[in-house]
Design a protein around this ligand. Structure first.
Ligand code: PNS
Length: 164
């Protein structure tokens, strides 16, 4: 039996940004629990942070929420992972128009694979509209300041990665 109080928030989270945090926080007004599900693909993994580092950062950020948000990882199809977890809801954030086509394709494909699975889209918060994990990494690698765009623990780890 699927648990509609549990939503899956899938992604790469390399690393988690304040855009992701904002989305999770607002989603908790609708769903009791969220699993931040970090997708892994051992054959083509170009992540800056290891899977364990990404899981740890997510768990640190949401520790004050006492288990309502947990980090996990999965390999293979998202629809199969959601089914294993007993959830029929996937959450995704939408930033700008450019996100739409990719998100639309994924939602349609996932729905075709598992018609019971619904994708809920949340508009990203205003101040996070231009934030992405990719840009944050690029800016830090070139010596720029991303404080306020990522949680403090992530900022510290980003600086350490790039020796800034
Ligand atoms: O943060 P991202 O990189 O935009 O997240 C993309 C993600 C992980 C949600 C997507 O690539 C995914 O669901 N991967 C798992 C494999 C899968 O189910 N692929 C088919 C998607 S239609």
């Amino acid at each position: 039996m699927a648990n509609s109080d549990l939503a899956i928030y899938p992604g790469s989270f390399d690393p988690i940004t304040n855009g992701h945090v904002d989305l999770v926080t607002r989603t908790l007004r609708v769903f009791d629990k969220i699993i931040v599900a970090i997708a892994t693909n051992p054959d083509k993994d170009h992540s800056l942070f290891s899977l364990q580092e990404r899981i740890d950062m997510v768990n640190e950020v949401f520790a004050p929420l006492h288990g309502r948000v947990t980090a996990d990882s999965f390999q293979g199809l998202l629809v199969d992972y959601a089914e294993r977890k007993g959830s029929t809801v996937v959450i995704r954030g939408l930033r700008a128009i450019s996100d739409f086509e990719y998100e639309f394709q994924m939602a349609m494909m996932n729905h075709r694979l598992k018609p019971k699975l619904e994708t809920f889209f949340m508009m990203t918060g205003e101040s996070e509209f231009y934030t992405s994990s990719r840009l944050v990494k690029e800016v830090v690698s070139l010596g720029g300041d991303v404080s306020g765009l990522v949680p403090d623990n992530v900022l510290t780890k980003l600086k350490a990665k790039f020796k800034r």
